[in-house]
Design a protein around this ligand. Structure first.
Ligand SMILES: NC(=O)c1ccc[n+]([C@@H]2O[C@H](COP(=O)([O-])OP(=O)(O)OC[C@H]3O[C@@H](n4cnc5c(N)ncnc54)[C@H](O)[C@@H]3O)[C@@H](O)[C@H]2O)c1
Length: 385
């Protein structure tokens, strides 16, 4: 039996350098044969750092290779739908980064093609497969379902000067949480209410068919010393919380341990300190490492502003750019697990836990509904208007 599925990767930019290239080359069941990007320098990097056998600047060449079974598409959102359709029509199984499409209408174009192709289309809502969230889901299923949830997803877009513009954070970040909450609750959202205090500081409440209610705090203004994400879930009786994928605590769930800790994300270009510390010390280690990173980065910025060259500056540059991973990527958010599961589905045909076209279309519908609610100030029924 073939133990490895042969893959191609289209788009070797930021997320591929930090996640897909390490995952695809480390996965137990993947052989990454070809990488495609429009930029020759990124292809040279992929060959140098990961020994990729074949590179091309033309995705049609990659899709024409009959050996390639699975394609990961990690270009920007505006080309996801067209490339996914082309890949499905070429007979490939597709793992496409989120969001599948920028609108519901765009997502609708994919379903008939995917059905006709008989191939898998999975969308990169990797959080579903994060080990901490897999265990959380197990606890929810064993304890009468989720009744009340609070999710915080916060980042420092404005410190980076990286705002996408009002509403775009909902499309690019909160879309993950819409998908995750549907997966954890196992029910559909019926209504959405979104209020904001300023652009990219939103509070979104959701009601589910099951009766569960959820709130999502999304902020683009926190600093990197704060854990990026956390979730609190109240079940029939008892509760669980997860801090940034590294620590799950349970309350009143007698068949679960009170605390579980999860190793951090492995990356070949960074030291592994965080990986082992998270496994051993959980959220405490995460907070400390985030604080250290934040303080060193601020000190580096001050030295850069002063224009001063010094051994301290060189040491800090080395730390911030190479030794430490981006603090938002130290945690295990399920990237490797998602790719390995996708390859298992290709090889063995088992049921796919990843978001499919319909899930992703529902995430796009929730994005549109939240943006409409924020403009009108009203609670908006999903799918109406
Ligand atoms: N799952 C996650 O948590 C997560 C995190 C970050 C980004 N993303 C998603 O990943 C996607 C990529 O983001 P990024 O930050 O890596 O973008 P990026 O711009 O850094 O990289 C995109 C790359 O695609 C290449 N490209 C574009 N069109 C191409 C084509 N036709 N053929 C070959 N290459 C092509 C570009 O040259 C570029 O190098 C986005 O959709 C983003 O939303 C997901």
């Amino acid at each position: 039996m073939n133990q490895r599925a042969t893959f191609g990767l289209i788009g070797a930019g930021g997320i591929s350098q930090s996640q897909h290239l390490p995952s695809l080359t480390q996965a137990r069941n993947v052989y990454l044969k070809t990488v495609c990007d429009l930029k020759a320098d990124l292809l040279a990097l992929a060959q140098r750092d990961y020994g990729i056998p074949q590179v091309t600047q033309n995705h049609k060449e990659l899709l024409a290779d009959p050996e390639i079974q699975g394609v990961v598409i990690a270009t920007r959102a505006d080309s996801h739908v067209s490339l996914a359709i082309e890949a499905l029509q070429a007979g490939k199984h597709v793992y496409v980064e989120k969001p599948l499409g920028e609108t519901v209408e765009e997502c609708h174009r994919v379903l008939p093609v995917q059905k006709k192709s008989g191939r898998i289309l999975a969308v990169g809502h990797n959080r579903r497969l994060a080990p901490a969230y897999q265990l959380l889901r197990k606890a929810i299923l064993a304890h009468g379902g989720a009744k009340n949830i609070h999710y915080r997803i916060s980042d420092n877009y404005y410190v980076w000067g990286k705002s996408y513009g009002p509403g775009q954070r909902i499309l690019h970040e909160v879309c993950h949480i819409f998908d995750l909450l549907r997966y954890l609750v196992g029910s559909e959202v019926t209504s959405v209410h979104c209020v904001d205090s300023r652009p990219d500081d939103d509070l979104i409440t959701l009601k589910f068919e099951s009766g569960c209610v959820a709130s999502i705090m999304s902020s683009g203004y926190v600093t990197q010393d704060m854990p990026k994400e956390s979730i609190d879930v109240v079940m029939e009786l008892g509760a669980a919380t997860v801090v940034d994928f590294v620590e799950l605590r349970t309350f009143g769930l007698d068949d679960f341990e009170p605390v579980y800790r999860f190793a951090g994300r492995w990356h070949p270009q960074h030291d592994m300190m965080h990986r082992y510390l998270f496994e051993k010390e959980g959220a405490t280690a995460l907070m400390d490492l985030r604080r250290i990173f934040y303080e060193k980065k601020r000190r580096l910025e001050a030295l850069e502003q002063s224009g001063q060259q010094s051994p301290e500056r060189r040491e800090l540059e080395q730390y911030v750019r190479t030794q430490a991973p981006n603090p938002s990527y130290m945690e295990n958010k399920g990237w490797l697990e998602a790719i390995e599961h996708f390859a298992d589905c290709i090889l063995d045909g088992g049921p796919c836990q990843l978001a499919g076209v319909e899930d992703s279309t529902k995430a796009a519908m929730l994005v549109q509904t939240a943006i409409r609610s924020r403009s009108s100030g009203q609670v908006v029924e999903v799918g109406i208007g």
